[in-house]
Ligand binder design. Sequence first.
Ligand code: C2O
Length: 510
Amino acid sequence: SDTVTYDFDVGWVYANPDGAANRPTIGINGKWPIPPIVVTKGDQLVVNVKNSLGNESTSLHFHGLYQNGTTHMDGPVSVTQCNIAPGGSFKYNFTVDQPGTYWYHSHVRGQYPDGLRGPFIVKDPDSPHKDLYDEEIVLTFSDWYHDLMNGLLASFVNIANPSGAEPVPNSALVNDTQNLGIKIEPGKTYLFRMINIGAFAAQYVWFEDHTMQIVEVDGIYTEPKDAEMLYLTAAQRYSVLITAKNSTNANFAFVGSMDQDLFDVVPDGLNANVTGWLVYDDTKDKPAPKEIAAFEPFDDFELVPQDKEGLYDKVDQSITLDLKMDNLGDGANYAFFNDVTYVHPKVPTLYTVLSTGENATNPIIYGSNTNQFMLSENQVVEIVLNNNDPGKHPFHLHGHAFQVVHRSEDEVGAYSANSSIISAFPKSPMRRDTILVRPNGNIVLRFRSDNPGVWLFHCHIEWHVASGLVATMIESPLSIQKQLFGKIPQDHLDACTLSKTPTAGNAAGN
Ligand code: C2O
């Protein structure tokens, strides 16, 4: 294994990916789109970040990586680190020992949709699928706003907005453009790694007249499964095999289509789709895509992990989260778990773990607004999430992939464990790190607390992070102390001295 080093100077550039608005965008080393991070399983990764934004703090999170033994490298500000203040530097340094398709993004509240999000690929010399394809291609799907997040967030959370209507994206992008043609060679098989790096909109994705065979979901290898059309919530990933036709007679469209159910009001003239082409012959036409209704959506509950890991059927600790969106006295819309809207603490939760000795197991010391849950070591932990809201939400847990043991249909209300539901739990549930809960529905997730750390659990719609739809899992705090006491690098500690000011887009906080 190698050490792979990236030097990232994070700063503002101009970009106009949909041709409709040239806007300040957060780039790296003077460029946007930002580069993919590519490593091989087992590598040591070093990312040196310099914040040259001038007016905003930043951080980087490596979405889906377990950070086993390195929770202080996870990236969320006020959870495992302080802000990287303007002018500051910060080194992320950890071993990557899981293969698959991930992404990285800023984890200062509300910032990544301004451009600071990109693919994170971990190659696997031992992949069970490596002989099945000739080439691999990364596709990111994203929503895009013409306005900057700071202004959008201010109008979303800082003023009376009783309906809680989220800003609607201006357009959709694939690989940060609306003009993507992929050169395809007849007869070859391609691995497409698809990532929704968007802020809000889930996307339906289909390839016309080509079948997708799913082989990986959120970094977990799956038994191969065919699909016509996938649904990727913000932050989800799928790797699929696509075998090219044997002739160059025609080109074929592929489409990312934003799920407009998420939008309270669909603005006139919104083009919710982005279209690209599998180009077999660039002298031939690029046909217009078909309507979405021609394709059958795939249900991710049909997936089985390739390792066939069995259902965790004995639960040691169960956590219930009741989700609600509502107003507080100021008329602004907030999101709640169990009636608490997350407010980020002044001292990162991890540093509180490290500075409080035996008291670190006492939830009280973490304050009343961090939605903290103490997990003890090597337990099967269950999260039951009841969505008391008519919207869809994609939930993400840091530090783990969870078994998805149950997901209800729409409008069934709170979960209740009756025997017919329990007997329908899959024998080998799919595991992933981001999962959709349906409107007024529920989900049940299980994982083993085998990874000491401070891990956020949150909705991956950036608007809902800003309105407080966040909980903190404090897993095995005394083991965190054993691993990390006295070992937080000096540049991380210095960040706390430099960053006296609150983070960009901070609404409910402070
Ligand atoms: Cu994509 Cu808190 O993460």
